[in-house]
Every structure is written in structure tokens, then in C-alpha cells.
Write a protein that binds this ligand. Structure first.
Ligand SMILES: C[S@@+](CC[C@H](N)C(=O)[O-])C[C@H]1O[C@@H](n2cnc3c(N)ncnc32)[C@H](O)[C@@H]1O
Length: 383
């Protein structure tokens, strides 16, 4: 047996194997291809040899063998040991425990990483580390006004996470602000607000922006905004694709039909850019991390399929994001009781998600009508 091609787990059965251990182990083995998985047993020890396995199949087989041979403790121990292996790749429905990264192996990875240097664009920053306190009059509040002006009243380093979708300059009919500026004026105003967001963000805090570029104007807003944050020495943590499964234009908008002269690209997703101030790691008590294991596993795969908000008419706002998007961002990137800021709060989706998920919040919007709707929505949510 070429054992080198398997991952080996040694288990002490502590007397739980039972009289018919060998029969039970053979029965379990009969469910699997020995090239993928098998167990051997001796007096009071079991050895698990693992290359790849479908966990559901293993769980079912373990259940059947336990029932038939009555040695549940030993069988559960095998399942628990396999489930607790942290390092694996995915191969169809199976977890692949051996050889999954052999093609990607880089010789002297650490040394090469050191030589390249990480996030070189962000290293020369002068962000202060001490946190400030959010003044009580801003805690759990919706404030109506221009964000840049309102944020100037906040001390440095008092916010844990900024999550927002700015006005996109699409020409939407917002209540109080014009949504069709000359692009340079638009970015200049947006960046004045972002400068304040960066200032009020704590060291190690995150600023996360949902952006949809205006493809028809050929303006890559997500790149322009990301470049701005990098220029301001924030660290790019990554990009989430929010898959909405709907087109950003008419299905028949092809551009140059059947000709390479100028085909029009269509997108069914939006971008969510994630940046960190000063440090990729965020301070927080582990008891305040409230994301469960399955959500964590699913959401770090950074393509999130979430239906667009369907209640825009009900709330009389033309560009809401769904609460689920805000919930995932908060659970993955902030701790319970953290302070969440949305400087373009609209009808308060971020704040509603924050309250529902035991975070504190500050939402700012320029339109009194949207602020009133946000207050009404928040009244119906227990914190
Ligand atoms: C894309 S919407 C945000 C919608 C929000 N995510 C929701 O789900 O309700 C952008 C918002 O920015 C607001 N806004 C535009 N300029 C602003 C400014 N200077 N200060 C504060 N809010 C502003 C608009 O009124 C609009 O509600």
C-alpha cells in the first residue's frame, strides 16, 4: 500500500471499538473506493487513510454501520476526525485532502512573498491607532444632511465599519440631490465624503462600498473609487461580486449586432469593494464574532447570489440594496456591538440590518423624505 498518497489520521479508540470492530471497519470500507478512503484497526487504535471523500456519503455510511454493528462511538469518532480536517480542496461533491494544490506549488513561497512586499501602496501611512468615542447624539441615529458636513462633527477613529452605496450618477430621480453631474464634479464631491469616512474610521476598520459603474458612459467607477482608496493608503482586502441575476440594460442591447466593431458588454452583477485602514486585522472579542461556520465558508467565496431589493416602490426610493447584502457584510467584517456608518443611507437599509444584527449605527442622507422612511423602518425593528 503506497500510504504516501493518503492523509493519515491516527485515532485512539479508548475502548470504544467493541468486539466486532474488524467487521464494522470492513463494512464501512465497503462503501468507498480504497483509493479514496479506508480505515484500518488494531487492538485499540484506528487509522484513517484519506485522499478524497464526499462528507454526506461518509456520514450516511457511518450511520448505517453504527446501526448494524452498534459501535456508534468509534464510527462517530471517524466522522468527527475527517470533518475537523481544515485543509482541503473541492473536487465536485468531494473534499480532496491530498494533492489539491500540487499544481499551484510555489517553491520558496514565503521568501518570494517577502521579496515582493505586501500592499506596497498602503504601507507608508500615518494613521493614528487610538480609537475615539462616537458622541452619544450620533449613536443609533439617522441624521439628515450633507454627509461631508455632518461627518466633520465626528471625532477621528470612532467608526468600526463603513458600508454604503453612493449615488451612482446615473440620472436617477432622488428626492433632494441631482444624480447627473459632470463626472469630475461627481467624483470630487464623492471623494470629499470618503475623506471624512477614512478620517472617522478606526485603525483596522473597514470601508466597504457597493458600486455599479455606468457602463454606457464607459466610466469604471469601481476602479476609480478603488484607486482613490489606494492613493489614500487603504489596503485593498478584496472584491465581492454581488450576482443579482438581472441585466443592467435591455436584453437586446447588443451594441454592434454580430460585428466586432463595438459589441456592448452586459453585466448581471454589481461590485462590492472592501478596504482596510492601517491593518488587515480588526480588533474585537472572539465572543462578539457572531457568524456561523456555514455562512463563513460560503461567504468567503466572494460571489454572492442575492436577489435585488423588490420593495423600492413601497419605500419610494429608486436605488436600494437588499438587507441581505448588508447583513452578510456586517457578519463577515464586523463584530457584535461595532459601530456601522452609512454616509449615503437612503431609506436606512444598512441601519435596519445593523439594528437587527446587534450592531450600533449612524445613517446620514441628504433627503428628509428618505430619512423619515428610514426612521419608520427602524421603529419596526427590535435591536
Ligand atoms: C444609492 S442611494 C443609497 C440607498 C441605500 N443603500 C438604501 O438601501 O436605501 C444613495 C443615497 O445618497 C443620498 N445622497 C446623495 N448625496 C448625498 C450627500 N451629499 N449627503 C448625504 N446623502 C446623499 C441620496 O439621497 C440617496 O438616498
Amino acid at each position: 500500500m503506497a500510504t504516501s498518497k493518503y492523509k493519515h489520521i491516527k485515532l485512539n479508540a479508548n475502548g470504544s471499538l467493541g468486539a466486532n470492530a474488524s467487521e464494522a471497519v470492513s463494512a464501512l470500507n465497503s462503501h468507498f473506493n480504497p483509493d479514496d478512503f479506508f480505515v484500518t484497526n488494531s487492538e485499540d487504535e484506528m487509522d484513517v487513510w484519506l485522499r478524497q471523500v464526499n462528507l454526506n456519503d461518509l456520514s450516511e455510511a457511518v450511520g448505517r454501520v453504527s446501526q448494524e454493528y452498534g459501535n456508534e462511538a468509534a464510527m462517530s469518532e471517524i466522522l468527527r476526525a475527517v470533518e475537523s480536517v481544515k485543509s482541503y480542496g473541492i473536487n465536485g461533491s468531494k473534499r480532496l485532502y491530498v494533492g489539491y494544490n500540487s499544481e499551484r506549488k510555489v517553491v520558496d513561497r514565503k521568501l518570494k512573498e517577502q521579496r515582493r512586499g505586501k500592499h506596497y501602496y498602503a504601507n507608508d501611512h500615518d494613521f493614528a491607532k487610538p480609537s475615539g468615542a462616537l458622541p452619544p447624539e450620533f449613536a443609533d441615529r439617522i441624521v439628515c444632511g450633507d454627509s461631508e458636513t455632518v461627518l466633520k462633527r465626528l471625532p477621528d477613529n470612532c467608526i468600526d465599519l463603513v458600508f454604503t452605496s453612493p449615488p451612482y450618477n446615473f440620472g436617477l430621480g432622488y428626492q433632494e440631490s441631482d444624480d447627473a453631474h459632470d463626472w469630475e464634479a461627481y467624483f470630487s464631491k464623492l471623494f470629499s465624503v470618503f475623506d471624512e469616512c477614512i478620517r472617522v474610521l478606526k485603525y483596522g476598520g473597514r470601508i466597504i462600498v457597493n458600486v455599479q459603474p455606468l457602463f454606457s458612459d464607459y466610466i469604471p467607477s469601481h476602479h476609480i473609487i478603488s484607486n482613490y482608496f489606494m492613493k489614500k493608503r487603504l489596503i485593498w482586502k478584496g472584491e465581492i461580486l454581488w450576482e443579482k441575476n438581472n441585466y443592467n440594460c435591455k436584453y437586446t442591447a447588443w451594441g454592434s449586432w454580430k460585428s466586432p466593431s463595438s459589441p456592448y458588454l452586459k453585466y448581471t452583477w454589481e461590485f462590492v469593494e472592501v478596504f482596510c485602514k492601517g491593518n488587515l486585522k480588526k480588533q474585537g472579542k472572539s465572543a462578539d464574532a457572531d457568524i456561523d461556520a456555514d455562512s463563513f465558508k460560503n461567504w468567503v467565496t466572494a460571489k454572492w447570489s442575492i436577489a435585488p431589493e423588490r420593495r423600492m416602490r413601497e419605500f419610494d426610493h429608486p436605488a436600494m440594496f437588499p438587507e441581505e447584502l448588508a447583513r452578510r457584510v456586517m457578519l463577515l467584517f464586523s463584530f457584535r456591538n461595532d459601530i456601522i456608518l452609512d454616509p449615503f443611507a437612503g431609506v436606512g437599509t444598512t441601519c435596519v440590518a445593523a439594528r437587527r444584527n446587534n450592531r450600533r449605527y449612524l445613517g446620514i442622507d441628504i433627503a428628509p423624505e428618505y430619512c423619515a422612511t428610514a426612521e419608520r423602518r427602524l421603529d419596526g425593528v427590535s435591536g
